[in-house]
Design a protein around this ligand. Structure first.
Ligand code: RET
Length: 266
């Protein structure tokens, strides 16, 4: 298969994945509905970029003659924050709190992608390495939040949220780590691999990180919703109107079902 065929495979795979995710997703509660919309939209955004690249758009020929596919970075600048937001919502019990932490996580992610874009566009080796290292530093900040404060938040939740977070963060961390490795070995980096091989690897990785991961994360959200319902934390009326309370809880207070319950005054 040549590079364009891989890009078509990416386009069709993302469109098909998006349709399946929307069809399979639930909408019994705000959490479940949010996961369905997020995971359904992520491959749809990616399909836009794959289609553009398959039609030889979203790319630029640099003075050295290297063809740089910048459309990927447009895709990643939208899809990676959405994926991180979904994971954060699992850790935080869907509540709108710790806004600064989440803003920091998303800002680090955007810095990672934007500096990665400059890395890809660089021809001068000094520029290239400075951008690559900066992007990796921002990537480390993303890992720090996921495995530090957010993991701590998740451990204080009920067992379904805890295990969904632990599983999702583990899969996400391994898959995401492959991107800088594949890219640095491809034509935009050290040129060990051909453009076709690098595109094939990124297409398969993108399908896994967006569609397969989407199904896993959505499955976790469905399990969480079912157990919230069976514990009676979501009433039938709330389910029918999707109106699970989303107001911020009192700081330090546990949400229903959390492992960390507030101390009782005796
Ligand atoms: C780049 C190159 C510079 C160094 C680093 C990178 C990381 C990219 C990542 C991309 C993840 C994309 C995903 C898309 C799926 O929706 C920009 C390749 C650190 C982590 C998960």
């Amino acid at each position: 298969m040549d590079e364009t065929n891989w890009l078509w495979l990416g386009t069709l795979g993302m469109i098909g994945g998006s349709i399946l995710l929307f069809l399979a997703g639930g909408k019994r509660t705000q959490d479940e509905e949010g996961h369905t919309i997020a995971h359904g939209l992520v491959p749809l955004f990616a399909a836009i970029s794959y289609f553009a690249m398959a039609r030889h758009q979203g790319q630029v020929t640099l003075p050295s003659g290297r063809v740089f596919l910048y459309a990927r970075y447009l895709d990643w600048s939208i899809t990676t924050p959405v994926l991180l937001l979904g994971l954060s919502m699992t850790a935080l019990h869907g509540a709108h709190r710790r806004a600064g932490l989440i803003a920091g996580l998303l800002a680090s992610d955007v810095v990672m992608i934007v500096t990665g874009l400059f890395f890809g566009m660089s021809e001068d080796p000094f520029n290239k390495w400075v951008w690559y290292i900066t992007s990796c530093a921002a990537f480390l900040a993303v890992y720090y939040v996921l495995f530090g404060p957010l993991r701590e938040e998740a451990q204080a939740r009920d067992s379904e949220r805890r295990s969904a977070y632990n599983r999702n963060v583990g899969i996400l961390a391994v898959l995401w780590l492959l991107y800088p490795v594949i890219v640095i070995l491809g034509p935009d980096g050290l040129e060990f691999w051909s453009a076709t091989f690098a595109t094939a690897c990124i297409t398969l990785l993108d399908l896994t990180a967006k569609v397969i991961y989407g199904f896993i994360s959505m499955g976790g959200s469905k399990t969480i919703t079912s157990s919230d319902v069976s514990r009676g934390e979501v009433s039938a009326a709330e389910i029918s109107t999707h109106s699970v309370p989303s107001e911020a809880p009192v700081p330090g207070a546990a949400m229903p079902g959390d492992a960390r319950q507030p101390a009782r005054v005796v």
